[in-house]
Design a protein around this ligand. Structure first.
Ligand SMILES: Nc1ncnc2c1ncn2[C@@H]1O[C@H](COP(=O)(O)OP(=O)(O)OP(=O)(O)O)[C@@H](O)[C@H]1O
Length: 243
């Protein structure tokens, strides 16, 4: 069976500083993967490799195809990426920002239709944010902004989604809501979600895998209360400085 996402002997870092050493994993079907590890362990670096933003050795494959040989994977809807921070410093209505998630379906300068705005509104509703639809995005709280970016990413409708700490600024209620939503997205819509997170306590009820990049030889570990606890204990015990 073809993997959705595969890393083969991946080596990546910055100059002499190797952060990812010989990482291999294979995700056999649409799944949720929590990418965990200490600060500086190389989680965002792994995502940068997937985006072709840094040089790496080894192979990254999506749906059996070598990423190096794929042109414009995000334009084709293969991969979408939600960065840790996304700054906007001009006034824009929330729905105008979310609807841009549909960019793949539009030609240059083509306007978004009423139907597009309905889709944007439905996505916002899933995140219980309908009351903010007409608000200026720049006036929202950090957590609200994070949820709006998530809505835009979901509208992109890509098969593989790389989320860099999507719950970082969220309150306890929304952290649970977002993890439940992501679980549902994977199971109902067949999406694959790789999610960098430090919120291990929220993972216990998820179905999927942990990938702990702080471990000397990281592998996919099926999520259970035992594996979450074991990884928490591992991360709390200390960290090895990366030279
Ligand atoms: N462009 C760069 N040049 C040199 N070093 C870099 C560069 N970008 C990141 N690093 C370093 O690489 C290390 C890993 O960074 P990365 O962002 O992958 O960590 P992370 O696991 O995502 O951490 P966090 O949990 O803090 O977000 C960090 O120590 C960082 O300082």
């Amino acid at each position: 069976m073809k993997s959705i996402v595969e890393a083969k002997n991946l080596v990546a870092g910055y100059g002499q500083r190797v952060l990812i050493r010989n990482l291999s994993f294979s995700i056999p079907s649409p799944a949720f993967i929590a990418v965990i590890g200490h600060n500086g362990a190389g989680k965002t670096t792994l995502f940068r490799a997937f985006q072709g933003k840094i040089d790496y050795q080894g192979q990254l494959l999506v749906q059996g195809q070598n990423l190096r040989h794929l042109s414009n994977p995000s334009g084709k809807g293969l991969i979408a990426y939600l960065p840790q921070k996304n700054v906007i410093n001009f006034p824009i209505k929330v729905h105008d920002l979310i609807v841009m998630g549909l960019f793949r379906k539009k030609r240059f300068f083509e306007n978004y239709s009423a139907e597009d705005y309905t889709l944007a509104a439905q996505t916002l509703e899933q995140l219980q944010l309908s009351h903010l639809i007409d608000h200026d995005f720049t006036t929202l709280s950090g957590g609200e902004q994070q949820l709006v970016w998530l809505a835009q990413l979901m509208l992109q409708d890509a098969g593989i989604n790389l989320l860099d700490e999507p719950t970082q600024q969220l309150d306890i209620y929304y952290k649970n809501q977002v993890f439940a939503l992501l679980q549902n997205w994977v199971q109902q819509s067949g999406k694959t979600v790789l999610c960098i997170t430090h919120d291990l306590q929220n993972l216990t009820h998820m179905q999927g895998y942990l990938l702990n990049l702080s471990k000397p030889a990281p592998v996919l570990e099926p999520i259970s209360s035992q594996t979450v606890q074991e990884n928490l204990t591992f991360l709390e015990a200390g960290r090895h400085p990366v030279l």
